[in-house]
Write a protein that binds this ligand. Sequence first.
Ligand code: NIG
Ligand code: FE
Length: 384
Amino acid sequence: MSELAIVRDGGMLIRDGKIEKVGPSDEIEKQAGDAQVVDAKGRVVLPGFVDAHTHLVFAGNRLDDFERRARGETYERIAAAGGGIWSTVEKTRAASDVDLFEQAKKHAQWFLKCGTTTVEAKSGYGLTVNDELEILRTIQRVTQETPLECVPTFLGAHAIPREHQTPEYVDLIVNEMLPRVAEDKLAEFCDVFCERGYFDLEQSRKVLTAAKKLGLKLRMHADQLTNSGAAKLAAELGATTADHLEKTGERGIAAMKSANVQPVLLPGSVYALGSTFYPRAREMMEAGLAVVLATDFNPGSAPTPSMPMVLSLACTQMKMSSGETITASTINAAHSLGRGDKIGSLEAGKLANFAIFDCEDYRELAYWFGFSQTHSVYVRGERV
Ligand code: NIG
Ligand code: FE
């Protein structure tokens, strides 16, 4: 993961939104004919970041939670006291389609500004059939009406809505939500928040098994706050990814390896929750797992769209090398979304999705932190 195929003084020939050729600039130039030339002037050119875990669509913010955490309260306590996911569900349900889309569009701009050109985007702040479908349609509109491509994930099992007991709500997901989501082709993946106080192992298994039968691929919020054996369940069910994994130990790592589950690590949420308990990235990489880094963008535990910030945290807190963080946030992430053949690297045949950063060495991306080094961003060959 630390070996990047860097082309010094490199160039790309782009046609019809795709990369036709990559190589030394002077060679590319000879074949360019009367093509429009973009001179990156020695800056770093990278594939657009692929952010494989976001909660893109929600209304409002969670400033109250933020202040309470600053006073020392925990994520779980704040949720029990009426903050947490539920408070965002109330605001999201109350928002109109138009407002929800306007907010999502604003968030999409933030991602692009940070050099991200593809995001996985989860539902999960509706928790009724109609509200979940509305969020998934909003995600679809972001792909259609902005340059940011979204890969949609159904996360009806994000929290238990106040109007239901858990078993009854699991039945609603399995019998009503999932069939509608599959029928309307509104999601490629299904995810579950498997955690104490949310969905336990059996309830998670039930939702994910039903989703798999309907042809959805699986992702999972696993072992974030407690080690419940969720990473093992992800392996057992053949999930594509297990995400978070702050509390996953050796056995969970071995299980993921045996089933080729990709770990998606979210250091931004560890940081924003004020915790110091980061996932064991080095052990996962040493086990041979294709680690992915993502933001977890959401109003509660990770209010950041910035992949460079995540790279910085991965280097300083999880001891990943700069090269490893680039691989984890581009090509590995693209594979985790089933798009390894289309995005995630700058190779002939792939989409011309790339970002130019105002630095001379890719390692500067994680090194300077707290401000944007983005110079310009291109999606399908067009500057956005
Ligand atoms: O990934 N853990 C569950 N979901 C989010 C938090 C969502 C929220 O707090 O609104 C996460 O951290
Ligand atoms: Fe999440």
